[in-house]
Ligand binder design. Structure first.
Ligand SMILES: *Cc1c(COP(=O)(O)O)cnc(C)c1O
Length: 430
């Protein structure tokens, strides 16, 4: 793509965008009657207009049928979770039996760690990226302690080379090889929340398995953002949330992937509940846990229907658009943002993008690190209607979401960002 730094170019790209009609399917937050430039879909995706209808449908069933909604409605609640399998499987590259919508991300991570972090003898270490999302850090720290190990000893955090901000794939693989027999589990982000780096999940999985380790990923920032092939890559387990790129709404139900090879594994320990029990016998209310096959066997509780209905609405939009098209637009849209920032850097170089340059190592998000005055710049663009995300001490995360963001918004952001950079410099007297 030959990008141009002009509004006319951006508008032309929007006109040619095969997904251009999807923006109208979302509520765009407004300030003083004007659409915001919403680049925070990596934190909370926007509300699809059809969401209310999906929730209303289940409220109506509850209103009319009460408890009979479990069995007698169009989409019986007792099996409602299964309606989400097809789209979720498509998004993570799995078979339907390998995915389940349940709980929230962190609770699912703990459930998966109970089953898949099985330290034994000298093999008890976990390899992860340094600076992982705090919830993931706390989960690993407390799981390791639960098994009687010291976190500082048992958790190996991978750090970038001196002077670098993201990890090189070769270094990740070398570390896994180097620790080899000591490693019980490799557990990393799919796309790193802070740097926006998309790790090479395929190679990480292959290398982990070669040294005899189990491998799992946190896909919070990957699902609905980048194409995934969990089944083909042979990943053992994965977890995600659905309120970021998937637009399912605040705190909506998360999900988990368990590879087919573990579908029936009888000796995998797990923490069970009645909803994971063989559904043919679930209501016999008898002693003795018999897990359902596949990921469903990790369910604890009966499904959270109202949020799941909202999740269905957003997944339907993803299926309608197609993840291929979403990714294709994302490459162009984030590519345009990267181009404009590069142009701007010719004039002002006290900022740099810490997200990898290579599009195969990133999704929607670019993280911009600002040497000084970052918070002021962030506030200045916020006053102009840009909703983005500030991470201490100096990073602005910008995530153009292909379903509702436009090239014109990316262009307008770049103009506002440029103005704010200039204003800061004149104020501090450079
Ligand atoms: C957003 C996010 C979470 C949030 O966890 P919840 O259990 O949904 O609150 C966890 N891990 C990562 C990597 C995230 O990006």
């Amino acid at each position: 793509m030959n990008y141009k730094a002009s509004e006319a170019f951006a508008i032309e790209q929007d006109q040619q965008d095969p997904l251009k009609d999807f923006r109208k399917k979302f509520f765009i937050p407004q300030i003083e009657g004007k659409d915001c430039i919403y680049f925070c879909g990596n934190s909370l995706g926007l509300q699809p207009k059809i969401t209310r209808m999906y929730i209303d449908e289940e409220l109506q069933v509850w209103q009319n049928l009460g408890v009979d909604g479990h069995f007698a409605s169009k989409n019986p609640w007792v099996t409602y979770q299964k309606l989400l399998k097809k789209p979720l499987a498509a998004l993570v590259g799995a078979q339907e039996g390998e995915v389940v919508a349940m709980n929230n991300l962190t609770s699912n991570l703990h459930l998966m760690l109970v089953s898949f972090y099985r330290p034994k003898g000298g093999r008890y270490k976990i390899i992860t990226e340094a600076g992982a999302f705090p919830s993931d850090q706390y989960a690993l720290e407390t799981q390791v302690k639960f098994h009687g190990y010291a976190p500082d000893d048992a958790i190996i955090e991978l750090v970038p080379r001196p002077g670098e901000v993201t990890l090189r794939t070769e270094d990740i693989l070398a570390a896994i090889e180097q620790h080899g027999d000591d490693v019980a589990l490799v557990m990393m982000a799919g796309v790193q929340y802070y740097t926006g780096q998309w790790f090479d999940l395929d190679s990480i999985t292959a290398t982990s398995h070669r040294v005899g380790a189990v491998v799992g990923f946190d896909l919070a920032h990957a699902i609905g953002n980048v194409p995934l092939q969990l089944h083909a890559w042979g990943v053992d387990f994965a977890v995600w949330c659905t309120y970021k790129y998937l637009n399912a709404g605040p705190g909506n139900v998360g999900g988990a992937f368990v590879h087919e090879k573990h579908a029936t594994a009888p000796d995998l320990p797990r923490f069970a509940g009645w909803w994971g029990h063989d559904e043919a016998e679930r209501f016999l209310m008898q002693k003795g846990f018999k897990p359902m096959e596949g990921a469903d066997g990790w369910q604890l509780s009966n499904a959270n229907i109202l949020p799941l209905s909202a999740q269905r609405a957003s997944l339907d939009l993803f299926m309608e658009a197609g993840m291929d098209k979403v990714r294709k637009k994302s490459l162009l849209l984030t590519g345009y943002l990267a181009y404009l920032l590069q142009e701007l850097k010719q004039e002002k170089d006290h900022f740099h993008v810490i997200t990898p340059d290579n599009p195969t190592e990133r999704g929607c998000q670019l993280s911009i690190s600002i040497d000084h005055g970052g918070k002021k710049i962030f506030e200045a663009i916020a006053r102009e209607g840009v909703i983005a995300d500030w991470r201490e001490p100096q990073v602005i995360r910008i995530a153009p979401a292909p379903l509702y963001n436009t090239f014109e918004e990316v262009y307008r952001f770049a103009v506002l960002f440029s103005k704010a950079l200039h204003a800061i410099e004149s104020k501090v007297g450079f």
